[in-house]
Structures are given as C-alpha cells and as structure tokens.
Write a protein that binds this ligand. Structure first.
Ligand SMILES: [Zn+2]
Length: 115
C-alpha cells in the first residue's frame, strides 16, 4: 500500500527490546530465523554489545554499556565498543571517543572503587 513495513526489533533483557520498548506489541527478531533487525536503535545496541563482548574476551575487562570508567583520571561512561576500542563518553565531553580498553583505563564498580 504505502510502503509501510514492520520494524523488527532485537530482543533485549526481561521482555524488553534492545532499544528499550516492551516486547509486547512490537515485532521482535527470532534468533536463528532469517528475519533482519531493522530498528536502527536496536541495530546500534547490538553492534555495541558485540564490540564489547570482543573486548571483554580479548582483555578480560568488565566492559559493558553503561559501565563507569576513568580514563587518565577523568570519569566517563562506556557507550559501546568498536573495532577493539571502547567508545566512552567522558563527563563534560560532548561526543564519545574511542579509547584503548586497558591503556590508562580504570573500570569502576557501582560504589566508585576501582576494579
Ligand atoms: Zn528497536
């Protein structure tokens, strides 16, 4: 008709999609099927999660989206992983940058102490 297509979301944790919608009422890609994730937000989240999984395995660090870190004493938050580099938004910066996962990088626990 008008070219409308369903947006396919990626499944996230606990009944949510990766982009934060409730899974009820939206189309979610079934793992192992040939459906493609077409939600851009879900796609980005998936790529970021895969990038971080690689970094966790390669460096043995607790890199996850939303994890607080300190680069050279500057606090920030992990927003993703790309090509073996952490994508970190340092507090006060307007844009995220790429950082080496272990070079001058500290991973903070919830209470703020260093990993
Ligand atoms: Zn989505």
């Amino acid at each position: 008709m008008s070219g409308y297509r369903f947006v396919n979301h990626a499944a996230g944790p606990a009944g949510m999609t990766l982009c934060g919608r409730a899974r009820a009422g939206v189309q979610v890609v079934v793992p192992g099927s040939d459906m493609e994730v077409t939600c851009k937000t879900c796609e980005r989240a998936q790529v970021a999660a895969q990038g971080l999984e690689y970094i966790r395995n390669a460096y043995g660090v607790p890199a996850t989206v939303g994890r607080r870190v300190e680069f050279d004493g500057r606090p920030g938050v992990i927003t993703g992983g790309r090509s073996g580099r952490l994508v970190v938004l340092l507090d006060g910066d307007e844009a995220a940058g790429n950082y080496h996962p272990i070079w001058h990088m500290c991973y903070l626990k919830r209470g703020g102490e260093v990993h």
